[in-house]
Structure formats: C-alpha cells, structure tokens
Design a protein around this ligand. Sequence first.
Ligand code: GUN
Length: 285
Amino acid sequence: MYKLIDGKAHSAAIRGEIAQRVNTYKQTYGSEVGLAVVLVGNDSASQVYVRNKIKGCEEVGIKSFAYYLPEESTQEQVEELVEGLVENDAIHGILVQLPLPKHLNAEKILKLIPERKDVDGFCEENIGNLCMNRKCLVACTPNGVMKMLEREGIDLKGKNAVVIGRSNIVGKPMAMLLLNADATVTVCHSKTRNLKEICSTADVLVAAIGRAKFVTADMVKDGAVVIDVGMNRDENGKLCGDVDFENVKDKCSYITPVPGGVGPMTITMLLYNTITAAERSRTVG
Ligand code: GUN
C-alpha cells in the first residue's frame, strides 16, 4: 500500500513556521519583510503563478511589491525597474517571472539580481554554492521536494535516486540536492539510452520532464518513492503530472499527486527563501 505525500499539508505546516519567523523579524527590526514580483506581458499561466505568490506572501505576513509591465516593454525599462529593486532596502527578494517575452534578454535581466536577493536560487553564485554543498538560496521546486522527503522521514543515504529532466530550474539543482543528501544520483534526459532500465533501479524517482503521464508502471521499481514535478494537461484537458499516477501508484511506497503534491511546495519555498534572505540581510555584511 502506497502513502500519498500531501504537499498541501506539508506546505501549511512550513508556512506556519515561516509566519513565525516573519513575525520575529518584524518585532526585532521594526520593519517589514519584502518580496518584489515582476511580471512582464500577458502569459496566462504566469498570471496565475504570480497571483498565488502574492497570496502566499499575505498568508505569512510578507509585504509583496507587484510590478506588472506591458508585453511591449523594452529591455531598458525592465532593467531599470530591476536595478531600482536591487537598491531598495525594503525589498529582500526579487523574482522576475519566467518566461519573459521573447524580445527581451532574460539572462541579462536575471544577472542584475544579486545573490542575496535571488530568492529563485537561479544565479551563478547560488548554483555554485549549491554544488559545493554550502549554505545558499536554493531553487524553490527542488528544495520543496527535499523538504517533503525530509518531513516524510525518507532517508536518502546510499539510495539510488534517478532524476528525469536536466533543466537549470529543476533537474540540475534537484540532482545536486540529492547528491548532497548522500544519494547515488543518475540524471536522465531526452538523449538517454535505456531510460526504462535506469529508472527501474531508482529507490527515489523524480520526474521533471514536462510530458503528461510519461512515467509508466514498467519504469518503476517495487517500493520506490515517486516524486512528480510535472504539470500538464491530459487528452481531456485535465491537470496531470509526468507520472501515470493510476497505473504507477500501487508499485510505490510513497507517491506525490498532481495537483496537490510538489506544486504547493514551490511557492512555500519562495516564501521560505524570502524570510531567509531578510534574516541574512541583518546578519551578513
Ligand atoms: N516560471 C515557472 N517557474 C518559475 C520559477 O520557479 N521562478 C520564476 N521566476 N519563474 C518561473
């Protein structure tokens, strides 16, 4: 019998802890914890994400600063806004929602965000520190997965962990976190040979591919922990993950549902990174 990992319940518990830290920060320093969220253009999925990020801030007492720029904004306009946020001491974290409109140079914009305010954990310093297993701000989705595993009491030491997907935002930092937790890690991707055989060796299988129901029962070892980072629509337009949940679940010891698994954890970890960045702004430098 498998256990469902309830991302909403874990999220609620962690948000409670974050709210306490935010409260302590306010009492100690007499000022707010601030997160700036920048959305350029009209991407509908991004609008939903940004709305949920702002709602999350309200829930834990973080002051959000939302900036909605029109689709046709120029590189200079976006850069000028971000540069102002970098200088603003009321803002501890800066998040530029991706994807940006195609005419903008996203890399150049993200490069303006300093390590200390990089609550997405995307910058080179944070990625480098993660690779060196040093304290840093970690990308929200993979860090959310680690928190869930930890809170479920799932020991990773010496376990075979397989990550499917090698994006800079999820797959790569996920692999690094699992490695830092002493798992033996394999990263698979679109060019991988013998994908099924490799996945079948996984004690912990993380699916971050972006294809509906890609992971089927024949790819999963009996008793595996299966983490589904996917967020897709199936043939009927219903929200579904990268894992064929109905057919895979009975082989698992633990599995995350979609929705209600990894998803809620991502925003929670953004709030976690924001209070962490605020606390560090008072204790470092
Ligand atoms: N778009 C999709 N996921 C993310 C994320 O984690 N951070 C940002 N900034 N944009 C995203």
